[in-house]
Ligand binder design. Structure first.
Ligand code: DP6
Length: 337
């Protein structure tokens, strides 16, 4: 496979690169790990890259820096966020054999702090930029596996379009690949924001609770069948088949969350308003289907022709703060700064 990362550093004492990666929405969710440290997932998952939502990250390794410096959306990162970035940079430094500290500047083009997950796009962009800056030559699978170490869903933001993350057996074999390019299907995600607060329990903490739910075993046994049907629905561009599967899997994941110890209740009353409205719209002939992540916001999946109507309907619901619309996006890539 053609190396995705080709930039290198020679005798220079500083080297940098900038990368862009899109967020993604999972149709079959990643929830729970077999190995939390290595982020080896309890189940395979399938997602679509989101064209409208991206992170652009610059990494500059510089021998003169005393420690990593991380800026996110124009502000210094919190100590916890900086530690997570440094842990990922440590993996890159170890692979490259170059132990310089780095200056990291990261920007999301979507509003932060509104409960939209940015870790997938952020860590995919960070990993690609850091590898390029350090002169590591990795192919797409290796890059995806490395991004996975920082955030599971980030491995799905390395390839573009419709993406499957196979569980794999070990570190090296757990990565994501593209099932179909973005232009395979003009499927839209109408993102309905009902909350502006950060989620109370992070995904990382949530994954650790999954095994404590008696329903996790049931979901894990259902996933292989749902995943196969989901893959087929995507390949056939069959919205009705896809819709039924994504709604069932999102509800299965939330059933696991609701029955964990302590329970994770991510929904707000407005979440339920949206879910009920979707069923009414469908009964009236508007083809759209919901999915949710670890938060109260709702993603409505529909075809391009219906996206404007779905977005307008959603914007009128009580409790809805704003609506974003996205087509399928491409792979993570290096950009000129
Ligand atoms: C509910 O990838 O955010 O969005 O690996 O701890 O960063 P970490 O978790 P993360 O988990 C995503 C959970 C989800 C479902 C999904 O995107 O598949």
């Amino acid at each position: 496979m053609r190396p995705l990362v080709q930039a290198g550093h020679s005798a220079g004492r500083a080297a940098g690169a900038t990368a862009l990666a899109h967020a993604n929405i999972a149709f079959i969710k990643y929830w729970g790990n077999r190995d939390d440290d290595a982020r080896l997932p309890a189940n395979p998952s399938l997602s679509m890259a989101l064209e409208a939502l991206h992170t652009v990250t610059t990494v500059l390794f510089d021998d003169r820096l005393a420690q990593d410096e991380v800026t996110i959306d124009g502000r210094p990162a919190s100590p916890a966020a900086r530690a997570r970035v440094s842990r990922q940079l440590d993996l890159v430094r170890r692979c490259a054999g170059w132990f310089a500290a780095a200056r990291v500047v990261s920007r999301n083009n979507f509003p932060s702090g509104v409960g939209l997950a940015s870790s997938a796009s952020a860590f995919a962009a960070l990993t690609l930029a850091a590898c390029a800056a350090a002169g590591l030559q990795l192919d797409e699978s290796q890059l995806s596996a490395l991004a996975r170490r920082a955030s599971g869903s980030a491995c799905r933001s390395v390839p573009g379009g419709f993406v499957e993350w196979e569980m794999g057996q070990d570190e090296a074999s757990s990565f994501a690949h593209s099932l179909a390019p973005p232009d395979h299907w003009q499927l839209y995600d109408v993102i309905v924001l009902v909350s502006s607060s950060p989620k109370p329990v992070s995904s990382a903490d949530g994954h650790r609770l999954a095994a404590g739910s008696p329903l996790q075993v049931a979901r894990l046994s259902a996933v292989p069948g749902l995943l196969a049907a989901c893959r087929q629905a995507v390949l056939n561009r069959d919205l009705a088949a896809l819709g039924a599967i994504i709604e069932q899997d999102a509800l299965l994941m939330h059933a696991v969350m609701l029955t964990s110890q302590p329970p994770l209740i991510y929904w707000s009353p407005a979440t339920l308003e949206v879910l009920q409205a979707v069923r009414e719209w469908r009964a009236r002939g508007v083809p759209t289907y919901f999915t949710m992540d670890a938060g109260p916001n709702v993603h409505l999946i529909c075809e391009a022709a219906g996206a404007a109507e779905v977005a307008a309907l959603a914007a009128r619901l009580p409790g809805v703060l704003s609506v974003l619309v996205s087509a399928p996006g491409g792979p993570a890539h290096l950009v000129e700064e």
